[in-house]
Write a protein that binds this ligand. Structure first.
Ligand SMILES: Cc1cc2nc3c(=O)[nH]c(=O)nc-3n(C[C@H](O)[C@H](O)[C@H](O)COP(=O)(O)OP(=O)(O)OC[C@H]3O[C@@H](n4cnc5c(N)ncnc54)[C@H](O)[C@@H]3O)c2cc1C
Length: 283
């Protein structure tokens, strides 16, 4: 049950949405797919006086190529990302993450912008954004800026979005030749949030393995390790990757799905698995 009455707006133009967000400030909440906002409204955890839906702004729903980047409108749904040919070709990591989010209903309603702005530490896009060095375009009335994903996530469900700003576009670099990407996750059952997730990119020519681990600390942890053998890292090298992931997750939290110690131990294992997966995909 929705416990409070609110004023509802459904603009069809981004400009009008930005005006409404500026006008109503902290009294307002933006509605994207509603997959996270509606439960918090129903539970009375947030009580906005105004709800501004972005669902009728067609200009926020697109996937396009722009030089070395793919640009994705904030209102693009997980299901569209999962089946898009440009994304499968140039950014398979993002497609993989979109396939494992919740269930079919969640993937058909939830949006990439909503998930990233919500910044749940266990969300599957978060480590992907960080390891890709994705850029997030934030717009308000009179301001248009782009921040790196690594600077965007601040704490549990806290981002660098400022009052009056909307996340309007996600920009992901195309995978370079000779690189491979892996995404792995540990979840209690299929369809539930990850306890730990990890995304890795391995570049065979530089021998660098970039890894981001989600679900463990308040925001994704990032590590970079040089591989001794890019095709088949030694046991010592894999141990070093695991140790680096463990060290980077010193701010691990615990909940009913796993305490901090367990999460940190799993960060070690899943970072190694993500790298192995990336190596196998780079072949
Ligand atoms: C049963 C269930 C299972 C799920 N499982 C997973 C899972 O396994 N993995 C996973 O990653 N996620 C999971 N989710 C979350 C899902 O991915 C949601 O889609 C996502 O968290 C929120 O996206 P949304 O579009 O629904 O946003 P909403 O719920 O509409 O909004 C979420 C928050 O972001 C703000 N917001 C939305 N869009 C913008 C914008 N463009 N600019 C600024 N602020 C904005 C809203 O004001 C709100 O505070 C699950 C959700 C459910 C209900």
């Amino acid at each position: 049950m929705i416990s409070t009455a609110f004023e509802f707006h459904a603009p069809t133009r981004l400009d009008d949405a930005l005006t409404l967000v500026a006008e109503h400030g902290a009294r307002a909440k933006v509605l994207a797919g509603g997959m996270s906002l509606m439960p918090t409204l129903n539970l009375g955890l947030v009580k906005p006086e105004v709800v501004i839906s972005l669902n009728h702004i067609g200009a926020l729903r697109y996937i396009k190529e722009d030089g070395d980047f793919l640009k994705i409108g904030a209102m693009t749904k997980h299901s569209q990302i999962g089946k898009d040919a440009l994304i499968s070709r140039h950014c398979p990591l993002l497609a993989e993450a979109s396939h494992v989010i919740g269930d079919a209903q969640v993937r058909h309603r939830g949006t990439i912008g909503g998930s990233i702005a919500h910044a749940d530490p266990a969300a599957d896009y978060l480590p992907v954004m960080v390891v890709l060095d994705a850029r997030l375009r934030l717009q308000s009335r009179g301001r248009d800026r782009t921040v790196k994903a690594g600077d965007f996530f601040v704490d549990i469900m806290r981002t660098s979005l400022e009052p009056g700003e909307l996340l309007v576009e996600v920009q992901v670099p195309k995978m370079s030749r000779g690189a491979g990407a892996g995404f792995v996750r540990l979840a209690r059952v299929e369809g539930s949030y990850a306890i730990v997730n990890a995304a890795a990119i391995v570049n065979r020519s530089t021998r660098l393995a970039d890894i981001a681990i989600g679900g463990v600390g308040p925001k994704p942890a990032r590590v970079r390790v040089t591989l001794d053998r890019p095709d088949d890292p030694s046991r010592e090298n894999l141990d070093r990757i695991g140790q680096a992931a463990y060290d980077a997750c010193e701010d691990a939290y615990g909940d009913l799905s796993g305490d901090a110690k367990y999460r940190r131990a799993m960060a070690r294992v899943y970072a190694q698995r993500a790298v192995k997966e990336a190596i196998s995909k780079s072949r």
